[in-house]
Design a protein around this ligand. Structure first.
Ligand SMILES: C[S@@+](CC[C@H](N)C(=O)[O-])C[C@H]1O[C@@H](n2cnc3c(N)ncnc32)[C@H](O)[C@@H]1O
Length: 459
């Protein structure tokens, strides 16, 4: 028997379709004989000629061949390498329409994975200047046409794309990475060759503190030895006065994981300080920190508003990173506990608490899905639980511990609409309701969207 999706589309086949909506990765979604066609770079409302590239049982990936009817939201991307790099997916869309698309992506995810009929979705908080916002870059070093460049690999390829002028990157990060790449080339320090497994320097990581526009740089190397180390440090100090902390991380593995276990400070400070409103945060090279400093304030203020603290509540900040959300809420709570798997981040969180003279927070190394259920078993009863998990979403054990113990408020900060919607469905079927949902545009020009959701107990 033929399923409704079984239509004859063959690779290379050309089709004229109308784009109906935006997909989760920023691609246009059209239908051809009821089969979903995903078309990168196509926009809702456009009529396009596409060519089938990959045929899967329930969808087809197709390339845009020609725009027959153009969307009024389409603009010329200003980046030279937009087509190659893959870092941004929505530069061809004017900013207001990008914001609408992100709200749409959230609505679609909830429509797909939950039964909620009237989502209390607030308008997304966008940026006044949606460029130059990324405070950190991790760029691979490579040799292209005999020149050493720092860049990103184009999606599904071994082609390194030079993004030294990246428009979403903070200008200080661009400047620092370009200068250090040039120094490495001038000093003939061998860069790592993944294919031959030779050479030393793999990646340059630069993080800017937007407070004083100073930089923390980490060179990820394949081996402990760093040839010309003294000359390298001297040249960086000469050419990059913005660099206040220079570290080396050793990653001997052939892996897509950038950092190895060992980090040493080559020169300067161990940490860099960043300010978010009234709070100061001290960040070690490997510590997680939100990439968009300006929008982080909007996101954390949303968490604070949703928590609605009066001063006598206990709060858990699960997946706490360097403790930022917990510290943000601490002034209005009785007690806050943070959980995080990376011990270095917990060290940072503790230092951040003392740096800001905050004494009512405790930070614990561990897995949220293990520690939280243990605490709940010991009759610890938080009033508010905040989670901010990685893209994979919350562990089921954690969700079930929430359901079994039903804190008054559960606040879910998510960077992945699909896992957010799937996890929401579990909560919605087990006694919670969504009271408010606030998307924040943390990553303009890309299809990523951050969203803060307030769950309250059903009456
Ligand atoms: C999206 S980040 C959020 C960090 C922090 N809330 C912030 O705003 O900067 C997720 C954090 O969860 C941590 N993490 C990942 N799995 C975890 C788990 N099972 N339990 C606790 N923390 C975890 C990661 O190391 C990372 O620091």
């Amino acid at each position: 028997m033929h399923s409704k999706h079984q239509v004859n589309i063959t690779p290379g086949q050309k089709m004229k379709v109308e784009v109906k909506r935006i997909g989760i990765n920023g691609e246009g979604v059209a239908y051809f004989k009821r089969k979903a066609i995903f078309i990168p770079n196509a926009l809702p409302g456009e009529i396009v000629l596409v060519q089938a590239e990959h045929i899967a049982p329930s969808f087809v990936k197709a390339n845009l061949v020609k725009i027959i009817k153009k969307s009024k939201d389409r603009i010329q991307p200003s980046c030279d390498v937009y087509d190659q790099c893959g870092g941004c997916q929505l530069q061809h869309v004017q900013y207001q329409a990008q914001l609408q698309a992100k709200e749409e992506i959230l609505r679609e995810a909830f429509q797909r994975y939950t039964n909620v009929s009237d989502l209390p979705l607030r308008p997304i908080i966008g940026m006044r200047d949606p460029k130059g916002y990324r405070n950190k870059a991790q760029l691979q070093l490579g040799r292209v046409k005999n020149k050493i460049i720092a860049g990103l690999y184009a999606p599904h390829s071994h082609q390194l794309v030079d993004i030294s002028h990246c428009e979403i990157q903070h200008p200080v990060v661009n400047k620092t990475i370009t200068s250090i790449t040039n120094i490495i080339a001038q000093l003939n320090i061998p860069i790592y060759n993944e294919r031959k497994r030779t050479g030393i320097v793999k990646t340059i990581v630069a993080r800017v503190s937007t407070l004083h526009e100073i930089c923390q740089v980490t060179l990820v190397t394949a081996k402990e030895t760093l040839p010309q180390e003294k000359k390298l440090i001297a040249a960086i100090r000469r050419d990059c006065p913005e660099v206040v902390s220079l570290a080396q991380n050793i990653q001997p593995e052939r892996s897509s994981i950038i950092f190895g276990k060992k980090t040493t400070i080559l020169w300067g400070k161990e940490t860099i300080e960043e300010r978010l409103d009234a709070l100061v945060f001290s960040l070690s090279p490997r510590a997680f920190f939100q990439l968009n400093t300006t929008q982080t304030i909007a996101l954390y203020n949303t968490v604070k508003e949703f928590a609605g603290l009066q001063g006598d509540e206990t709060v858990v900040d699960a997946y706490c990173g360097t403790g930022t959300i917990g510290l943000w809420l601490s002034q209005e709570a009785k007690e806050v506990r943070g959980i995080e798997t990376i011990p270095e981040a917990i060290d940072n969180a503790k230092r951040n608490a003392s740096l800001n003279n905050i004494t009512n927070v405790r930070f614990y190394v561990g897995k949220a899905e293990q520690l939280l259920p243990e605490w709940l078993k010991q009759h610890f009863r938080p009033d508010v639980i905040v989670v901010d998990p990685p893209r994979t979403g919350c562990d089921k054990k954690l969700l079930h511990a929430i359901i079994d113990n039903k804190p008054n408020k559960f606040i879910y900060v998510s960077c992945n609409p699909s896992t957010l919607a799937k996890d929401s469905d579990v909560l919605l079927k087990n006694g919670y309701t969504i009271s408010a949902m606030q998307p924040v545009d943390m990553f303009p020009q890309t299809s990523h969207v951050e969203c803060c959701v307030l769950f309250t107990k059903q009456h």
